[in-house]
Design a protein around this ligand. Structure first.
Ligand code: ADP
Length: 206
């Protein structure tokens, strides 16, 4: 359960290409402290203790000759091996969550803080936060934007999307939804949800 001495904990989620990063930047411009789970987890690959666990789990073959962990090689292994994926997740997820608790505590004066991750529901983090905001976009638009953004093929994009919960399910489970269609005023949607989150934070303070 969320901790009352921390700010309201808000997850921002949505499938790849829905527009999380773009929306997160809007919340950030409103002064909301934002924690990007993937970015924080990426930094663990510089930490010798974490690298030792990676060596235990995957062996030498995922390291370059100068000792750098090859994340693409790790991704290929876990893509094909759910057991390894779950072991990798159990190294990363609890640590990310601890770091987020620390982040929230250092922003105790903020009404709320945001945790951004594509896999809030897959990682069962929805039970640990107070509110979930989801960014939604239809499949065809996502694919078109990802082709532009990542220069990936439609097949590569489909296989990444297939590994996540359907965006429609995420939308149904979330407390707030931002529809990120081109031309739909994103700033106004973010401002509206921001006001609702401020009100929820105030209500919790009593
Ligand atoms: P995510 O972080 O969910 O993977 P991004 O925020 O990176 O998605 O958005 C995916 C791509 O779509 C980016 O290139 C971004 O610039 C573009 N994009 C996001 N929102 C919109 C929008 N409302 N209209 C047009 N392009 C957008």
């Amino acid at each position: 359960m969320p901790n009352d001495s921390l700010p309201l904990l808000v997850a921002l989620t949505g499938g790849i290409g829905c527009g999380k990063t773009t929306v997160l930047n809007r919340f950030r411009s409103l002064g909301v402290p934002c924690f990007i789970a993937d970015q924080v987890a990426g930094a663990y690959y510089q930490d010798p203790t974490f690298l030792a666990s990676i060596l235990d789990l995957f062996g030498n073959s995922v390291f370059t000759p100068d000792g750098v962990a090859d994340k693409a090689a790790i991704a290929r292994i876990v893509f094909a091996d759910p057991d390894k994926l779950s072991q990798l997740n159990s190294l990363i997820h609890p640590r990310v969550w601890d770091d987020f608790q620390h982040f929230a505590a250092t922003h105790a004066a903020s009404p709320y803080v945001i945790f951004e991750s594509a896999i809030i529901y897959e990682a069962h983090l929805d039970h640990l936060v107070d509110k979930v905001v989801c960014v939604y976009l239809g499949l065809d638009e996502r694919i078109a934007r990802l082709i532009d953004r990542d220069h990936a093929t439609p097949e590569q994009i489909h296989s990444r999307i297939r590994r996540q919960l359907p965006a429609e399910e995420v939308m149904q489970r979330a407390d707030h939804v931002i529809l990120n269609y081109e031309g739909n005023p994103r700033a106004r949607q973010v401002q509206h949800i921001h006001s609702q989150l401020l009100a929820a934070a105030e209500k919790r303070q009593g």
